[in-house]
Write a protein that binds this ligand. Structure first.
Ligand code: SF4
Length: 210
């Protein structure tokens, strides 16, 4: 059974695949925060701006099998497209639910599979695009992949902790919130001083799209 908060079709707004048409499948639940405001202060990750509780979002629901979920996901891709559907599994923490059966079913149905994970949980094999976004002092076990995207600054973590890991690309993304302008300035300064890191902006927020 897969519990999905919401599914929508949009452009990827962040990181290396920014601007790419994507089907987003947001799973419910996260291992670093309950998602309830009363728990935020004592959560491992306390700056989250995503609602990942329940299955009541747009096109959310429970899916009994991987085939059922894939069949539903495929409806969001433009008909007659020559491009294979590009699915981003996100959350919450998608690794709590994304399993080998779902990855295999996606491939069987001709999808390309991406994940945006906090890196603290094991992943199934053969995911086509792995983006790890470490949070606070949570230990990450996924230390290789396509991109590492770090929200910056974070009190309990720094880019230096990740710079030697086996990712193809390294992104810093300004921490959102009331101090976003200052965080953006700090992020720019860090990237200029450390060219290994590229700036990632949340273009969907800048442009005001979903
Ligand atoms: S790890 Fe991601 S989904 Fe979980 S609380 Fe942090 S930002 Fe939110």
């Amino acid at each position: 059974m897969y519990s999905v908060k919401e599914i929508f079709y949009s452009l990827q707004g962040e990181g290396s695949q920014s601007g790419r048409a994507s089907i987003f499948c947001r799973f419910t639940g996260c291992n670093l925060w309950s998602g309830r405001e009363q728990d935020r202060e004592k959560a491992v990750c306390n700056f989250c701006d995503t609602d990942f509780i329940g299955t009541d979002g747009q096109n959310g629901g429970k899916f009994a099998t991987a085939a059922e979920l894939c069949s539903f996901l495929s409806r969001f891709w433009p008909e007659n497209s020559q491009q294979p559907p590009y699915i981003i599994f996100t959350g919450g923490e998608p690794a709590l639910q994304l399993d080998q059966a779902l990855v295999d079913q996606c491939h069987q149905d001709g999808f390309e599979v991406a994940i945006e994970t906090n890196g603290t949980k094991p992943l199934p094999q053969n995911i086509d695009w792995i983006c790890v976004s470490p949070k606070a002092d949570a230990e990450i076990i996924i230390t290789s992949g396509d991109e590492l995207k770090l929200v910056y600054p974070q009190a309990l973590t720094s880019p230096e902790q990740f710079q030697d890991m086996a990712f193809n690309e390294f992104y810093l993304q300004p921490l959102d919130g009331p101090a976003r302008a200052m965080h953006t300035k700090d992020t720019l300064a860090y990237c200029l001083k450390h060219p290994q890191w590229k700036l990632s902006l949340q273009n969907h927020k800048v442009l005001g799209i979903d």
